[in-house]
Design a protein around this ligand. Sequence first.
Ligand code: TNX
Length: 532
Amino acid sequence: MKHSFQIIAALVAFSISSCQAPNAVPLDQTGIIPIPSFLSSSSGSFELSSGSSVQLVGSGEDLKRVGNYLAENLRPATGYDIPVGTDTGDLILELVAGEASEKYSVEIKSDWIKISSTSAAGLYYGMQTLIKAFPAEIENTSVVDYDWVVSEGKIEDEPEFAYRGAMLDVARHFISMEDVKHYIDQMASLKFNFLHLHLTDDQGWRIEIKSWPKLTEIGGKTEVGGTEGGFFTQEDYAEIITYAAERFITVVPEIDMPGHTNAALASYGELNPGVNLPNGDFATMNEGKIDFDILDKNPQPAEIYTGIEVGFSTFATNKEITYTFVEDVIRELVELTPGPYIHIGGDESHVTEKEDYIYFIERVQEIVSKYGKKSIGWDEIATAKLSPGSVAQFWALEENAKFAIEQGNQILMSPAKRAYLDMQYDSTSTLGLHWAAYIELDDAYNWDPATYSEGINKSDILGVEAPLWTETITDRADIEYMAFPRLTALAEVAWSSNERRNWEDFQKRIAIQGKRWDIKGVGFYRSPKVNW
Ligand code: TNX
């Protein structure tokens, strides 16, 4: 009798424990990047099962899309169906009434998980957080036998900066659609919301402009090193915009000018400063007086350029044809670009006279405004009068950033010493440049945009952007090696408050992210600063 009682007791104990989800790691040890504003864990856990499903509360296509993404992220590794519907479900996405904000919360109970936000973007960020709260094995693309558990608890989160960007230079080396989309996927998982495409430079013009077809026929042909270049047709570009928008990322297209324009100058002679003199000589406008009669004769196009020097090219800022050209380009670009910004470049125009530069930048900002958009430009544009709403992207000179602030304009923070993903990690790096600094992972992480420069305060800052210049970068493997893990550090600089950020804690979280990258087949630099 005593014996059988023991057996029953054991069976009861077993059945109770088998109903309970296995233990899960506390939320603050799951490796969520960027770190949320608030996290708390309690003792129980939620376990995903073959009966799990997504329930959408609210309406709209965006909500459905986020629900589908959540299910798509959970299906491959678990092998569960995870249907998406509106009736019931243990994975609840709730669109709450109220003024739309990126803020979200995730509540995890033993029987259900609920993500709430007043916007679909907020739900999307909540979804990205939840994926990272599951074990790293969830990243597998085929079924693994695993306890798919998340600790009970609560997460509340909202971004520190409105603009969280990454830039790809598709001009120096052309980057394919597939690789741009792959980069967008990584950005989206880190809650970036702006993709800046550096579409033109001395070495290449990468966006089709129908009214000036030679830009891509000639200017798009080659890239650094003289290899075959390429360009996005307008359809390609629209596809990138849609792909990004589906992931709550806005594209900012850049036409860099009046310097960094050799590819355009090689495509169309008339954009070059100077004239061909009747005696066959070529004279620039800055070399002295030129007979007025011959001013409208076209200079020869520039030679194609495949090196990596900067600062040698300029549009003819004193010819009307230049502004006709710029307006055509901006008009076509605006027709394709739903986002609020057009980036007008403006950096390193070393061969443009200062007053010509100022005249040009002011006129181009007016053209951008005429088409209903705001201008962003590299910090040099602040030496000109900025239009209301124009943004100066700080990369080199604090003095320029201060000019912008004095004019009442905002700053996008991309200090080259911290935020440039093309800088080498250390002196042994084989890819990248080092004119600004060597940037190890901790250098990319340990800075605060709000105190980086004495004259730039938090309220002056629109956000943070991490540019990847591609003079030395040729393919996806190179991009991944330079961007990861540093892009995750910059994601946290942009999203999380300085008070919440902590290098020692980040070191642990990034190691978990490394495991995820290994599972997904995403390459990264195994920084010696991390115990991978
Ligand atoms: C400076 S940053 C440049 C780019 C180069 C980069 C290389 C900026 C506005 N101009 O043209 O690609 O350095 O690090």
